[in-house]
Design a protein around this ligand. Structure first.
Ligand code: CU
Length: 180
């Protein structure tokens, strides 16, 4: 007998007082049983026009990020957080990249010691079931295995209550979050 394809998903909306607060908001499942292979391709955080791009990068544990400098000036990359092993990758010129593999779960603040205003966040997650909200706060996470989960929201400034959810095969579970 052919195995039925699981098309369960989680979708919904994150709300905030002002739409601009929704920028770079990530919705993710805290824990899904099993282990998940990180992608072979490296993710990239660029340093361009004196900013880290993207400002917020969610990724699966074990993913390598190439830090690229695209500016005519020297940039540095360091973090004071355990999640990033307190790394300092050094300072380098345009066109060069230096890699770092994020093996610890959690959130790492990434900074440049040449330009104190530069800041990025890497969210190191246990599973690949996460999504970035769109301008209206809508999100969708596809192909979620059946199970009971805690779904969380991450935002740079605001917090939303965690939600418990039960995902069943071939259904879409709907969630709403309020950033406060
Ligand atoms: Cu810099």
């Amino acid at each position: 007998m052919q195995k039925k394809k699981n098309i369960a998903s989680i979708s919904g909306t994150v709300k905030a007082k002002k739409a601009k607060y929704l920028k770079d908001t990530i919705v993710y499942i805290e824990h899904v049983p099993g282990t998940f292979e990180p992608q072979k391709e490296h993710a990239v955080i660029d340093q361009k026009n004196m900013a880290f791009i993207p400002h917020v990068l969610p990724l699966l544990q074990g993913t390598t990020v190439d830090f690229l400098n695209s500016d005519m000036v020297q940039h540095n990359v360091y973090s004071l957080d355990d999640v990033a092993d307190h790394f300092n990758l050094g300072t380098w010129l345009k066109g060069e990249t230096r890699p770092f593999t994020f093996n610890k779960l959690g959130i790492a603040s990434i900074r440049c010691n040449v330009h104190v205003d530069m800041l990025a966040y890497v969210l190191v997650l246990q599973n690949p079931f996460f999504a970035r909200v769109d301008k209206e706060g809508k999100f969708s996470i596809a192909n979620v295995p059946e199970g009971k989960y805690i779904v969380k929201v991450w935002n740079e400034r605001y917090k939303a209550e965690n939600k418990q959810i039960e995902v069943k095969s071939d259904t879409t579970a709907t969630l709403e979050f309020d950033l406060k």
